[in-house]
Design a protein around this ligand. Sequence first.
Ligand SMILES: [Zn+2]
Length: 488
Amino acid sequence: MISAPGLALALLWSGLATAQSPLATQLEEAPEQPTALAGTAPAPVPEVTPEAGLGAPAPEAAVQLEEREPPSTTGLPRAPNLPLDEPVETEPPPTAPNPAPVVLQELVLLGREVPPKTSTRLAWAPTQSFEGIYVDTPVLVVNGVEPGPTLCLTAAMHGDELNGIETVRRVLYNLDAGKLKGAVIGVPIVNLQGFHAGSRYLTDRRDLNRYFPGDPEGSSASRLAYSFFHEVIAHCDALVDLHTGSFYRTNLPQLRGDLRNPRVVQLTKGFGSTVVVHSEGTAGTLRRAAVEVGIPAVTLEAGGPSVLDEDAVSHSVKAIRTLLNHLGMTIRFSLWGDPEPVYYNSVWERAPVGGIVFSRVSLGQTVKRGDVLGTVTNPITNVRTRIISNHNGRIIGMALNQVVQPGFATHHIGITPPKGQISPPEDVVATDPGSARQLADVTTDAPAGSGEEAAESEQPDASAVEENHTPAVENSADEVGDEDLEED
Ligand SMILES: [Zn+2]
């Protein structure tokens, strides 16, 4: 059996082998804890708390031990040294081991054991033969000291979506493994091929996020998806896949999830004041594939491609830290403003003609039917055409000013649900009575009190949302199946 210090040292080497990092620095502290636990197991140690065991007093005691005693010949653990120049205080009965019983949670991932209280960096390489053409993908892992869920964060599934990369970096490199319950696995750049090329796609122009859960005998994209899904995603208890708008569009920070799934709804509740948009998820997306095997998953969309948007990144980081707190993995509170709404319906308005788009609205703005969202100007004929909103709602995504073809989707509107028409979310998740109560306050437009009634009735109507869909849902991005509107 490999000793804990030896294992940690091996991991340290592996971390240093790829590159220096703050994670590697933290890793050096890791061996101390298993050592303290092993050395103090047979007898109580005076004045040693879990924290103190790693702190300043320990080296002094160790030095005295070496000076006064000859080398061990039995191989048995030495009894701890007692400070004889101080009054010996009576210890409380050792009803519990000292230090306090820490349930160690070993994490095995990508062929490595990640000990508790360890931050490290692993590498995912497809199991299929991609030698020479596929670079190992870094996988950041922070394994906490106590049991808890494993939360996975994936970014740059589309290689030109940069905000998620920075979000994963900020979250993972600021996690304290010594205070974390459970584990966080972060993959900053899933699609390294596309990232290096500044492209959304793999090098063969395939969209990796249409091939999950993958096929070991399929196309290159399908094999990559299969490997990633089975070697990394399979370890996740929950998944947040980070994306941005696509094709020169930008998104208000928003969660996308299948709100018919109670565990997904529950997950969306953990992100603070973040807009939630119902979306079943296109077939082949990582999010949908994960949900289909029982891993609650959402997409967190923020900003647009090819640029780093500080506001989008800041919101995403704060939202994920709030989620960690919500899942009981960290103790860190964030202050949020008013809760953001849940949009069960959304619709894209399109450029009626081709030309140069200039928007007259901004992300997050509330619009009414008949409002002018922007204009499309033909640079040759100098004819200007207005883009009119056909809906009451809020701008949750929009095209950046650019040249477009006729029919280009320019403004994504979250539809304001008519009062009393949209079912409270507990109806959506009704198949799970245990979670209905917790989900009662998802919506902001449900009449007060209706949530509690529905939660207590335990006779949820799973089809309510379908029945209450407004006609607008027929035009939503998911229904249309418009490839370029499926950001995730
Ligand atoms: Zn994307």
